[in-house]
Design a protein around this ligand. Structure first.
Ligand code: ADP
Ligand code: MG
Length: 592
């Protein structure tokens, strides 16, 4: 027999959808306060979120509105379905208060801005009483008690008190990072746990919420009326300070906290070659798009979004993050040395007769077999115009070339110093970084320098791989690898980039062939480029254990200044270690 469900049953079902956890209730209520124009929100919670009090200084409600507020589909925020597409508020369904009222003891106290007095309305598990006048502050206070008391099935699904409290705190942190203008004070079991003043900057609020010391800021894109481009505001940690869980990656779209795989991927893409496997940055991304470019109405708890153009959101985020990483503002910001005399003199000189007389160019022996026919390869990979960041003038005053080279340690590290610190530079990692960046840059500029090989290098592949390589011949050539089909299962390489060694080509080409035999989008190509160049660089450069002359070491430091990001090798290992003299003095007990 078909029956129309009783309204209270409908309400309880809906309550289960809107309020899957107490943290969601807190989110709905705080969003109501934000929609009401609050500048201060005070939150108290305990008992795993079964008791919650939220007070705001927003516009408040008239007695008539107070009566309507806990009714299903009662909302002041939209009138017609057209309004759904130009939504400015968080709420619009008119469901939250109705759902909460159905499953708790709720006390709503509100005084309309400018009204003589306030009113209080009580509801017990869906039974709503008449409002009564009461003296109250302007704004609204909502008190929830005995949440889910009448739905034992829901109660059973609640996690432990600390787990629910953890979720609530996370939710509040997210709300606070999206609304730095609003002040929050938060009490858990009577204890003040968070206090964030109103009108903070995005950065100050985020540093306070995430309890970290330093984050680096960038904005990318603007939101002019004609432009359909998203705008991103980001804060990101130095790649030297990473987490081993991805818990500190926060994303906001139109001011709403969202979980989105592709945005996470965009951040990780920007960190490519800067982090080791299993390392994650701390990052906060806030995206703003024209209202019709994004759909936030996809889930009752609105934690996911749909982009009309998800590629463009991905690119914006990736570039905004990359923009900071390329400036590397965490690198030692050493002020220019005021005079040469202040600089400590060498205490150890590398004896001249031990200096190996090798060429400055770290060329691989294999290169001697090649015929040097340098030419500029006129490839055309369009570099998209990069907006909103000015690379050169923001380079820190620190320069590797200014370091005094003291010598080489264990045939692996360059020992150097400036006026305040000692540096150990990993000769392999730093050279690898330089070669990698040079390859990336010249390839993107379309002027990669190549050398023709006297004897072509011939490699065996599967027939599929040969097909894929030949099909992408034009793109492979932009990477400085001139290839031809030798047979159904072999490829000849006629020319390679000047700065890589012949021995590095085999691994790189194998990898390329493998990747190419799968279909890819434009971005995957760029990522693959980085992989291939990282592999070529790694196999072309000076190794650990190789003796270097003073000139070679100096030349390496000079080259390191030419490229940003020079503090990490393409595999994410650090390039250098810095020890301040003050730290060393402390170890020797010279200073305490
Ligand atoms: P929605 O937010 O989707 O409109 P709710 O059930 O969350 O639905 O709230 C219903 C209505 O109650 C809101 O549209 C708003 O008019 C009013 N309201 C709720 N909370 C507050 C508040 N803190 N201050 C002022 N008005 C509020
Ligand atoms: Mg609401």
């Amino acid at each position: 027999m078909i029956r129309i469900l009783q309204p209270e049953v409908v309400d309880r079902i809906a309550a289960g959808e809107v309020l899957d956890r107490p943290a969601n209730l807190v989110k709905e209520l705080v969003e109501n306060s934000i929609d009401a124009g609050a500048t201060q929100v005070d939150i108290e919670f305990e008992a795993g979120g079964r008791r919650v009090v939220i007070a705001d200084d927003g516009v408040g409600m008239s007695v008539a509105d107070l009566k309507l507020a806990p009714l299903r589909h009662a909302t002041s925020k939209i009138e017609s379905s057209d309004d759904l597409f130009k939504l400015k508020s968080f709420g619009f369904r008119g469901e939250a208060l109705a759902s909460i009222a159905a499953v708790s003891r709720m006390t709503l106290t509100s005084r309309l801005l400018g009204a003589e007095q306030g009113y209080r309305l009580q509801s017990e598990f869906g039974a709503i009483n008449e409002p009564t006048p009461i003296s109250a502050r302007e704004g609204t206070e909502i008190r929830i008690e005995e949440l889910f008391e009448n739905v034992p099935a829901r109660l059973k699904f609640l996690k432990s008190e600390p787990a629910e409290h953890g979720q609530i705190k996370t939710t509040i942190k997210a709300l606070a990072m999206a609304h730095e203008n609003i002040g929050f004070s938060v009490r858990c079991k009577g204890q003040l746990i968070f206090h964030w003043p109103k009108n903070q900057t995005f950065k100050d609020r985020t540093l306070a919420v995430l309890e970290c010391d330093s984050l680096f800021e960038n904005t990318y894109g603007d939101l002019k009326r004609e432009s359909r481009e998203p705008r991103a505001e980001i804060l990101v940690s130095s790649p030297q300070e990473t987490n081993n869980v991805n818990r500190n990656m926060w994303f906001f779209v139109q001011g709403r906290w969202v979980q989105d795989r592709s945005l996470t991927a965009a951040v990780m893409e920007a960190h490519r070659n800067l982090l080791m496997h299993g390392e994650y940055p701390t990052v906060v991304v806030r995206l703003t798009l024209p209202a019709d470019e994004v759909d936030v109405n996809v889930h009752p708890t609105k934690s996911q979004v749909k982009f009309r153009d998800s590629q463009s959101a991905f690119r914006t985020v990736s570039r905004a993050v990359r923009g900071v990483l390329e400036k590397a503002p965490w690198l030692p910001q050493v002020s220019a040395m005021s005079s040469f005399e202040e600089q400590p003199q060498f205490s150890l000189q590398m004896p001249a007769d031990e200096t190996p007389a090798e060429s400055l160019k770290f060329t691989d022996v294999a290169l001697d077999r090649t015929q040097y026919q340098k030419k500029t390869f006129p490839a055309q990979i369009q570099r998209e115009p990069v907006k909103n960041f000015a690379p050169q003038q923001t380079m820190p005053a620190f320069r590797w070339a200014d370091l005094q080279v003291i010598g080489q340690m264990n045939h692996t590290y360059i020992v150097a110093q400036n006026h305040e610190a000692m540096f150990l530079v990993d000769q392999h990692a730093s050279h690898e970084r330089v070669v990698f960046e040079r390859l990336m840059e010249s390839c993107k500029a379309g002027n990669i320098e190549i050398q023709n090989l006297l004897m072509p290098l011939v490699f065996d592949f599967t027939a599929d791989e040969v097909e894929a390589l030949i099909k992408s011949k034009a793109q492979v050539e932009k990477m400085g690898l001139i290839i031809d089909r030798m047979g159904p299962e072999s490829i000849a390489v006629q020319a390679i980039p000047t700065i890589v060694s012949e021995s590095s080509v085999s691994t790189a080409l194998k990898r390329l062939a493998h990747e190419l035999s799968e279909s890819m989008g434009e971005f995957a190509w760029e990522r693959m480029l980085a992989d291939i160049f990282a592999s070529m660089a790694c196999h072309s450069v000076v190794r650990a254990g190789q003796p270097l002359s003073a000139e070679e070491m100096k030349s390496l430091l000079v080259q390191m200044d030419q490229y940003p990001l020079s503090s990490f090798c393409p595999h994410g290992r650090p390039v250098f270690v810095k020890r301040r003299f003050s730290e060393i003095d402390r170890e020797f007990g010279r200073i305490v």
